[in-house]
Structures are given as structure tokens and as C-alpha cells.
Design a protein. Structure first.
Length: 289
């Protein structure tokens, strides 16, 4: 097990970020979603390493086996954590892969640091460009929705996570794309996160505006989003993100839920391997396939 010690200005104590570094070749850094940990990338890590890539997956502060500080769950600090990891490992020609909340870290990294060390980007079910409905973002989601989420987390966090997981993976009375043990496993992963981090990160991904950050992404970018995503609706996220990034290849997964890293794992791995391993010359918008 490997840990990176990060000291931030004004922080009471250093933060230890847990990460795993496997394989050799072109480096790929995987940034997990909320409220999970790097464990979510189980099927992608194996596929990418066996295809000849070096894969680094880390736990965001407050989640998994990383430190659980009281503060630092804003995107500026989270982007600093990402930069510290890239610098410590001296990674070059990196492909950053951000899922859901992790897509925000990718965007803010470019907004703050200009994308240094990074040659490609993958955004999967990302929360970009801006989730919250405001006067200048009328297609966003009402603040009342996120307020209700917060109230449910504070009332009974585990019950909230149980219901959230079913929506996350597209489970319904007639559709069961994952097993009950699988759902229980992912509920456990989420339950082990810091309650404080879970709440503060929900505030961050729901209220952070990444529109300016996306303009800074000037590298080939693959955007993947499920058109049945009820957690991060494609109309307010993937569709708009694809229009905001010049060098974007956009793939809509027909019928896929938010948790497509599992439900569509074989297809996702194929798309990742092809994109990372082959230079993208021209952007394109791809429909359902």
C-alpha cells in the first residue's frame, strides 16, 4: 500500500492520500466518483494494466483509505491533491479519467494548472459543466433537490446510500443489472467514507461551476455518458460538456445508468483502451451505438 503525504497551507495536519500504482507504460490516473473510493475501478484497472498501461488509482481525501480531515473538500483543494500526486510520481503524458464528481477534479485541474503533465482526458458521467439551476444556468437542477439529499443524509446516511445505490446502477422492479450482493458491497464502500466528507463533497459537486475550467481543456477528450443516467442527467452534463470542449469525442451509451463502469464495463474498457492508445486527430460526436 502506498500513501502520499500532502501539506496544505493553513491545514491543521498533513493529509495522507492512499493510492495504488500498477503496471507499466503510458500512465492513466483514475479519479473515483462520490460517495465511493478507488475500489470502484476494479474492472477498469485489470483491463488497462493487461493492455499495457500504467494505472494509478487513488482515494479522494475523506474516502477509502485516505485521511479524513474536517476541511478541504472544495474543488480547488481537491485539484491541489491531484497535482501533488502527479508531481510526486513525476508522471508525464498522463491520461486523466474522471468519473462523476471526479470529472470536476479534472476540469478544475485544467482551470488552475493549465493541464500540465496531461495529454488526454476522459470524462465519464461527469458533473461538468454546472449542475445547479441558476439564472444563467436555467437547465440545471433545482437547489431543493440537493437540499433534500442533504437532509436525507443527515437523517439516515445508510438508508440514503441504500436508495442512492439502486438509482446509481439503474435498479428497478423490472430491471436488475446488478446483484443484491453487489449493491450491498458498494453500499458498504460508501458507508465507510467520512460522513463529513460525504456531505461536503455533495455540496461541492452540486454547486461548483466548471464552465470556465472546461475552456482550459485543450487536449483530446473522450466524453462518455449514459442516456438513462438518473444521478447526473445527461441533458445538463454530458451534452453540454461535449459542446464546451473543442477536441471532444462524445459517446452516449444508450440505456446505461450512472454506474456504467460496471453495467457497461466491457464496452467502457474497450473505449478507454482505444482512446488512450490511439492519438485522436479530429473531434467527433457519436450517437448511440
Amino acid at each position: 500500500m502506498s500513501y502520499l503525504k500532502i501539506e496544505h497551507a493553513n491545514a491543521k495536519a498533513p493529509v495522507q492520500l492512499y493510492y495504488e500504482d500498477r503496471g507499466q507504460g503510458t500512465p492513466v490516473v483514475l479519479i473515483h466518483g462520490w460517495p465511493l473510493s478507488s475500489v470502484m475501478w476494479e474492472y477498469q484497472v485489470e483491463g488497462l494494466v493487461s493492455s499495457g498501461f500504467r494505472v494509478i488509482a487513488y482515494d479522494r481525501r475523506g474516502f477509502g483509505m485516505s485521511s479524513r480531515p474536517n476541511d478541504g473538500y472544495d474543488y480547488d483543494t481537491l485539484a491541489e491533491d491531484l497535482k501533488a500526486l502527479l508531481d510526486e510520481l513525476d508522471l508525464q503524458n498522463v491520461t486523466l479519467v474522471g468519473f462523476s464528481m471526479g470529472g470536476g477534479e479534472v476540469a478544475r485541474y485544467f482551470g488552475k494548472y493549465g493541464g500540465e503533465r496531461v495529454s488526454k482526458v476522459v470524462l465519464i458521467g461527469a458533473v461538468t459543466p454546472f449542475m445547479l439551476k441558476t439564472t444563467d444556468n436555467p437547465d440545471g437542477i433545482d437547489a431543493s433537490f440537493f437540499d433534500e439529499m442533504m437532509a436525507e443524509m443527515k437523517k439516515d446516511r445508510i438508508a440514503f446510500l441504500d436508495n442512492f445505490g439502486k438509482q446509481f446502477f439503474g435498479v428497478s422492479l423490472i430491471n436488475k443489472p446488478v446483484s443484491t450482493p453487489f449493491l450491498e458491497f458498494y453500499r458498504t464502500i460508501a458507508a465507510m467514507a467520512s460522513p463529513r466528507a460525504t456531505q461536503e463533497c455533495a455540496k461541492s459537486f452540486s454547486r461548483t461551476d466548471f464552465r470556465k475550467d472546461l475552456k482550459a481543456i485543450q487536449v483530446p477528450t473522450l466524453i462518455i455518458h449514459g442516456d438513462a443516467d438518473k444521478t447526473v442527467p445527461i441533458e445538463v452534463s454530458g451534452d453540454k460538456t461535449a459542446k464546451a470542449i473543442k477536441q471532444a469525442t462524445y459517446i452516449r451509451y444508450g440505456g446505461a445508468p450512472h454506474g456504467l463502469f460496471y453495467t457497461e464495463r466491457e464496452r467502457l474498457n474497450q473505449d478507454l483502451i482505444q482512446f488512450i492508445g490511439v492519438q485522436v486527430e479530429t473531434p467527433e460526436i457519436l450517437g448511440k451505438r
